[in-house]
Design a protein around this ligand. Structure first.
Ligand SMILES: O=C([O-])C(=O)C[C@H](O)[C@@H](O)C(=O)[O-]
Ligand SMILES: [Mg+2]
Length: 421
């Protein structure tokens, strides 16, 4: 469940020559608290002095109450550490500096990152279970996607995604209905779109046992299973169980059906500190990077290099971002040689943006811009309009609370404990 609106922080750097650069990141209060002091420390620095950003960010104090034993957005984005909070803010400044630097030098951001290895970046269709409309009383833009609360609705949503944007890969956000229903939805997708890459992401809603059961049932159709269960130890148990099952199936002759399925994560490996345990235990086979919380585009390249060294796949996680971040993701993704999966993006679900021209999806891809910088332009009127809405809000939209809209439909609703199944 996602709130209809989400706060975003837009950063603009201005050089002494008057060149501007744009960046974007999460905009909840805890990020805004760090953005101003960090921005103040950077006044007078060069936009190509990117490594210094990390040292400056380290000097910005994080309120301990923001991070003590916390997970981000109910766990959806993994652990919340002071460092990760700082890196998430830093990422917007790094992207803004790269945009400004590229514009000054007449080079696209991908060139500043070493050059693109592909001309277009593939994205996946992000399928959500949803009602036809938001519950009465929830302020939201209307959409024309219709309801998706069963396999037929999910297939219909996927069909619209292919018609509108040409996506080939499909990711179903699960953990909503009992696993049997989500298995049926994935099977329906596989029947409707034979050979298309499919993923299912229940955000840790299942026990190890349920994860193993679902993975075995869908082993022949899933490209990967994302965060079936919470935490590296539990993911490692699932991965080991799947390996055992695959071995025993091959000992028995196999029968041609794939038993194992790679596990992907944007929850248990979201910081460099978490890599060692996860990779040495073979708990995950694909890491979904998010340049915001990994600390920018250079760090995303470092992460990709570590994944390559360990034989772990890499792709990208999405986060209700706008077009600035989509452009940044596309530039960095174009430079990663070992990007073997279509990246996630919530962007088709966003009806609003702060750009004069929205990035477009063609055949499920975004073309990598060769224009100087990111290749996007800020629409100051739209930014002012959205900022005004944020200022006028009673405070309910300042910090992401995905349960808020659910509580309008069902006042007693609380986020279910995990594992739920
Ligand atoms: O793969 C995903 O998109 C998720 O696991 C959920 C995300 O964390 C998403 O809700 C977000 O960050 O806004
Ligand atoms: Mg995920």
């Amino acid at each position: 469940m996602h709130q209809p609106y989400t706060p975003r922080l837009i950063v603009e750097v201005v050089t002494a020559d008057g060149v501007t650069g744009l960046g974007e990141t999460y905009g909840d209060t805890k990020y805004l608290e760090l953005a101003r002091p960090l921005a103040d420390r950077l006044v007078g620095h060069r936009v190509d002095d990117l490594n210094r950003l990390f040292a400056e960010a380290d000097e910005v104090a994080v309120d301990a109450a923001r991070v003590s034993g916390q997970v981000d957005v109910g766990g959806l984005r993994g652990v919340q550490t002071a460092d990760k909070l700082r890196l998430s803010v830093l990422s917007a400044l790094e992207v803004a500096c790269l945009d400004a630097l590229g514009k000054s030098l007449g080079l696209p951001v991908h060139a500043l990152l070493g050059g693109k290895v592909r001309d277009a970046v593939e994205y996946s269709a992000y399928l959500f279970y949803k009602w036809a409309e938001h519950p009465a009383g929830v302020t939201a833009e209307k959409d024309d996607w219709g309801a998706a609360v069963d396999p037929a609705g999910v297939v219909e949503q996927a069909r619209r995604f292919t018609e509108r944007y040409g996506f080939r890969s499909f990711k179903l956000k699960g953990g909503v209905f009992p696993p049997e229903e989500e298995i049926a939805a994935v099977r329906a997708l596989a029947a409707a779109f034979p050979g298309h890459p499919l993923r299912l992401d229940p955000n840790g809603a299942w026990s190890v046992e349920t994860s193993l059961k679902v993975a075995k049932e869908l082993g022949d159709v899933l490209e990967y299973l994302e965060d079936p269960t919470l935490g590296t130890p539990a993911m490692a148990e699932v991965a080991a169980g799947l390996k055992r099952a695959a071995r025993s199936a091959s000992d028995k002759g196999g029968g041609g059906r794939r038993v194992g399925v790679p596990l992907a994560t944007n929850m248990c490996v979201t910081t460099f500190a978490e890599i060692k345990e996860a990779f040495t235990r073979d708990a995950v086979q694909v890491v979904l990077s998010d340049h915001h919380y990994w600390g920018g585009l250079h760090n995303t390249q470092h992460l990709a290099a570590i994944c390559r060294t360990f034989g772990v796949g890499v792709s990208m996680h999405s986060n209700t971002h706008l077009g600035i971040s989509l452009a940044a993701m596309t530039h960095v993704a174009s430079t990663v040689p070992n990007l073997h999966h279509a990246c996630d993006s919530h962007y088709p679900w966003q009806s609003e943006d702060v750009l004069t021209q929205r990035p477009a999806f063609e055949d499920g891809t975004v073309r990598v811009s060769d224009a100087p910088g990111l290749g996007v332009e800020l629409d100051r009127d739209r930014l002012a309009f959205l900022h005004r809405r944020w200022l006028d809000d009673d405070g309910a939209l300042r910090d992401r609370d995905d349960a808020a809209a659910m509580r309008v439909a069902d006042p007693g609703w609380v986020r279910p404990a995990v594992p739920r199944w």
